[in-house]
Design a protein around this ligand. Structure first.
Ligand code: PCA
Length: 325
């Protein structure tokens, strides 16, 4: 009896060892709130990978910048500190201007145009990431970007001197060109920055305004629809190459579905977020004529600056985008 028990225990131990040798667990840092639609989509992606690989690959999502802060995630992936993660790539426009193709003002302002721009830019982005040791899996846009403030903004002149929270160089530049004072803050720290007066205005989607309950400090949202920046889920190349081919194929397939599902969700929730801002007492409106005209002028300057820095590669993305429309 004792021998049998020992044999069963040994066999069970061997099975567990065999199972754990084959199965892999990947930590997935994400920068945004747990309830945010990107995070929820990332969790659905992780769950689907687990089911579809029969548990061979388990992805564990860490939301709200809890494992790595937003501005640390890309480096963590490149250095292999995390195998997979999500990042707003336009935040790295200062590293390579191409990362900012999705934050060029008024280039693509609808979900449809954002999709076309993405199709035009994807090969160049994939190649750039590959050079940096990263494999792109999927990308999902945020809803269109508008301006938050705690007073009426009738023109850019009304933004003079406002402490303006920025999330990348494009949003800093927009602040500067409007006479505001930019300060870089991750979405995870936004509520605190508004509460302590470090920031009093910013540009973002209804999604981030809703996630951060900004109606507690701010009163106005202007639906400028300046651009739809994207989040990107990427894998460290060595980690990717460590997967067998069939697992890679499964992950690719699930990623395609996550891109489609996340994009549909973003579009579907876009109006709902704005209705929630209004339901919580904010004035939600399109920009007036002067504010719109001022932003268009600022946008033209920023577009010219982006094209100048992005050179032929940037121009060819834009030419391809225009030819596809
Ligand atoms: N929310 C993110 C990026 C774009 C958006 O809509 C943020 O404000 O940080």
């Amino acid at each position: 009896m004792r021998v049998l028990k020992t044999a069963v225990a040994v066999a069970a131990g061997a099975l567990i060892a065999a199972g754990s040798a084959a199965a892999e667990t990947w930590d997935m840092p994400m920068a945004y709130a747990d309830g945010n639609f990107h995070t929820q989509n990332g969790k659905a992606f992780a769950e689907a990978v687990k089911v579809a690989t029969g548990g061979e690959l388990e992805i564990v999502v860490h939301a709200s910048g809890s494992l790595f802060k937003g501005n640390e995630i890309k480096r963590a992936l490149q250095t292999g500190q995390a195998p997979i993660g999500e990042r707003l790539l336009s935040a790295h426009q200062n590293e390579n201007i191409l990362f900012g193709f999705d934050a060029v003002p008024f280039l693509a302002t609808s979900f449809e145009a954002s999709q076309t721009l993405w199709e035009a830019a994807r090969p160049a982005l994939e190649a750039l990431l590959e050079e940096q040791g990263l494999v792109l899996l999927y990308s999902v846009p945020w809803p269109p970007q508008g301006i938050y403030a705690k007073k009426d903004l009738n023109s850019a002149a009304d933004m003079e001197g406002l402490k303006f929270r920025a999330y990348n160089t494009a949003t800093s530049r927009l602040a500067e060109l409007s006479g505001a004072v930019p300060v870089q803050i991750e979405a995870a720290e936004l509520s605190q920055a508004l509460a302590t007066g470090v920031a009093e205005s910013f540009i973002s989607s209804g999604s981030t305004g809703y996630d951060r309950k900004v109606w507690e400090q701010l009163s106005h949202f202007y639906d400028v629809q300046a651009w739809l920046p994207r989040n990107y889920v990427m894998v460290n190349k060595d980690a990717w190459e460590g997967l067998d081919e069939s697992t890679q194929n499964i992950v690719r397939g699930v990623a395609m579905m996550a891109e489609a599902a996340g994009t549909a969700k973003s579009e579907q929730l876009s109006g709902w977020y704005l209705s929630q801002l209004a339901a919580n007492g904010m004035s939600v409106q399109p920009p007036g004529d002067q504010l719109r005209a001022d932003f268009e002028e600022i946008g033209a300057t920023m577009t010219a600056e982006w094209l100048e820095q992005a050179g032929d590669e940037g121009q060819s993305i834009i030419d391809k985008f225009r030819s596809m429309q």
